[in-house]
Design a protein around this ligand. Sequence first.
Ligand code: PRP
Ligand code: ZN
Length: 288
Amino acid sequence: MNGNLKLAIQKSGRLTEKSLQLLRACGLDIENYSDRLIVSARNYELDLLFLRDDDIPEYVQDGVADIGIVGEDVVIEKEADVEIIKRLAYGRCRLMLAGPEDRNIPELDQLNGKRVATSYPKILSNFFRNNKIDAKIIQISGSVEIAPSLGIADYICDIVSTGNTLKLNKLKKFITVFDSEAVLIGSKNLTSDTEKFLKLKNLILRIESALNAKNSKYLMMNIPKSALQKIREILPALKSPTILPLADESMLAVHAVIPSEMFWEIQEKLHLAGASGLLLIPIENMIL
Ligand code: PRP
Ligand code: ZN
């Protein structure tokens, strides 16, 4: 056993590529993992464990991995004794009830007495209990979407992300049971191992910086000096904008960090206020 921090991620699935992207954005040098179960980062004391997502909460709970990246849906379903350290704002999906396309969409109470196939029996039975529905839950571990066509269930309750899987299986969704996204989870025992805990704190800082950077852009523009007050009112800068003189003394350059999604909302206002030469630049890292 080396003293490396052990991070479990999904072996192959919706979260794999995005989790690797996030870790690389944190400055970790990770080789292409191909079929290996464990890969060490070249420039950080961290081992990546590639596991089935369903197993990750338990492995983190038992200390096989110190931390893990997995869907919140799986964490809740497995009722593992782990801590959610950080929500990661990717891998958003919904656990939804769905049924055959060619049948009418049922009201919730029409599910009474029906069979619903799912790999999320705990979340679904809670949902039924809260809504006072008495349906039969058929637990299936994979390929839930084929249950209706096999005749073993009337409806399914499964993860919907793009919706392609439902479409391919001629199913349509009708009620959301749970909203999920990727989360970073940690073992509750980690505090006792100080060195690992310090490594984890550093990794969390890097993750926060990478997430901030992903959601922010650096905006540069030129404005007439007289428009400065107006432009400042429009800008949702994280801190006050940088203002620089230009060779043309009647003009200024203004630089500011803005939330990415805000650009298209404010660009027209900026133009109207006299801004020109707008440049929007990605940010690699951002420590607040
Ligand atoms: C879920 C679900 C579907 C797919 C839906 O699987 O079981 O197969 O995602 O995504 P779509 O709406 O984009 O088609 P998940 O990634 O959780 O993998 P797993 O079932 O192998 O754990
Ligand atoms: Zn899974």
